[in-house]
Design a protein around this ligand. Structure first.
Ligand code: G3H
Ligand code: 13P
Ligand code: ZN
Length: 314
C-alpha cells in the first residue's frame, strides 16, 4: 500500500473508538523508529512534517525518506496505511507546495486569524486540495498553556466554541478539525493538575456526529525520559504532559488523530544523553542514533498499543 489519505482511516477510528497517532518526523532515524513500531503492531500511521522540519531537513529529503519507508515496506511485504501530512501549514502557498509534491493530507492552521479570515483561508486550501485527492485539517480555537503564560482554564475565549465549530466545518468543507480543550505544545503543559475540557469535546462530538476531531499538543511527556534527561546532564525540571488515560478517553470520543512530537524529542534526547555519559568512548553516531531510534520505536509502540488503541487496525 502506498500513501493514503486519512478518510478511511478516520472513519474506522471514529467507529472503532480509537485514534491514529500523528508523529512528527525530522530525520531518518525518527521515520524508521515510527515505521518499525507501526509495522510491528500492524497499525495505520500518520507521518507529519512541520515548517520547522522542512527548514531543518529540506522538504525533498523528508519526502524521499518517507518514500523510502513505503518502498521498504513494499519490498518486505508490509501493507500498513501511511499518511504524509503537513503539520501546521501557515499559509496557502505551503499547503499548495505540499499538495503538489505528493502529500496526502495538509493542515491549514488559521487559528491565529479571526473566525472569518480562518474560514476564508481554510476554504481556499480545501478548494485546491479536494480536486487533487488531498484531505484538509483545520484548526479552531487557540492552543496555549503555561509555556505561553496564558491561563487557559480561566479564559474561555481560548477554547473552541462548539457552535463556531459547526459553522466552521459547514462553511469550509474541511475534513477534520483541531480543537482547543486545554492541551498545548511542548513539554510544559500544566503547572498543577492536568485538566482537559472533555465537556467541549463531547459537545462538539454531539453537534458534528461522525466528524473527526484532532488533538494537538498531546504528548504525555513520559517521566522516565524526563528523569533520564535530568540524570544525565539535562535541565528540564517540571516537564509535564497529558496523562495517558486522558488521551485514551479522548480516543474513545470524537478524537481520531493524536499529535505527538515532544515525546519523540524526549525519547531521543534521554537516550543520547545516557549513551554519552555511560559510553564516553563512543564517537560513532550510529551507536547513539541507533539507541535513540530504538527508543522512539518502543515509545511509539507503547502509544499504539496502550494509548491510541490502533494496534491491529491497519
Ligand atoms: O506543533 C508543533 C510541532 O511540535 C512541530 O514543532 O515546529 O519545532 O517542528 P517544530
Ligand atoms: P506535542 O508538543 O505535545 O508533542 O504536540 C505536537 C503537535 O501538536 C504537533 O502538531
Ligand atoms: Zn500541533
Amino acid at each position: 500500500m502506498g500513501l493514503v489519505t486519512t478518510q478511511e482511516m478516520f472513519k474506522k477510528a471514529y467507529e472503532g473508538g480509537y485514534a491514529i497517532g500523528a508523529f512528527n518526523v525530522n530525520n531518518m532515524e525518527i521515520i524508521q523508529g515510527i515505521m518499525e513500531a507501526a509495522n510491528e503492531t500492524n497499525s495505520p500511521v500518520i507521518l507529519q512534517v512541520s515548517a520547522g522540519a522542512r527548514k531543518y531537513a529540506n522538504p525533498i529529503y523528508l519526502k524521499k525518506l518517507v518514500e523510502a519507508a513505503i518502498e521498504c515496506n513494499k519490498q518486505a511485504g508490509k501493507d500498513i496505511p501511511v499518511v504524509l501530512h503537513l503539520d501546521h501549514g501557515a499559509d496557502f502557498e505551503t499547503c499548495k507546495d505540499c499538495i503538489d509534491s505528493g502529500f496526502t493530507s495538509v493542515m491549514i492552521d488559521g487559528s491565529k486569524y479571526s473566525f472569518e479570515e480562518n474560514v476564508e483561508l481554510t476554504k481556499k486550501v480545501v478548494e485546491y486540495a479536494h480536486p487533487r485527492g488531498v484531505v484538509v485539517e483545520a484548526e479552531l480555537g487557540k492552543l496555549a498553556g503555561v509555556e505561553d503564560d496564558v491561563n487557559v482554564s480561566s479564559d474561555d475565549a481560548m477554547y473552541t466554541n462548539p457552535d463556531e465549530a459547526v459553522e466552521f466545518v459547514k462553511r469550509t468543507g474541511c475534513d477534520s478539525l483541531a480543537i482547543a480543550i486545554g492541551t498545548s505544545h511542548g513539554a510544559y503543559k500544566f503547572k498543577g493538575d492536568a485538566k482537559l475540557r472533555f465537556d467541549i469535546l463531547e459537545e462538539v462530538g454531539k453537534r458534528l456526529p461522525g466528524f473527526p476531531i484532532v488533538l494537538h499538543g498531546a504528548s504525555s511527556v513520559p517521566q522516565e525520559f524526563v528523569e533520564m534527561c535530568n540524570k544525565y546532564g539535562g535541565n528540564i525540571p517540571g516537564a509535564k504532559g497529558v496523562p495517558e488515560d486522558m488521551l485514551r478517553k479522548a480516543a474513545t470520543m470524537a478524537v481520531c488523530k493524536i499529535n505527538i512530537d515532544s515525546d519523540i524529542r524526549l525519547a531521543m534526547t534521554a537516550n543520547i544523553r545516557e549513551c554519552f555519559t555511560n559510553k564516553p568512548d563512543v564517537f560513532d553516531p550510529r551507536t547513539y542514533l541507533g539507541q535513540a531510534r530504538t527508543a522512539v520505536k518502543e515509545m511509539v509502540k507503547h502509544k499504539i498499543e496502550n494509548v491510541l488503541g490502533c494496534a491491529g487496525k491497519a
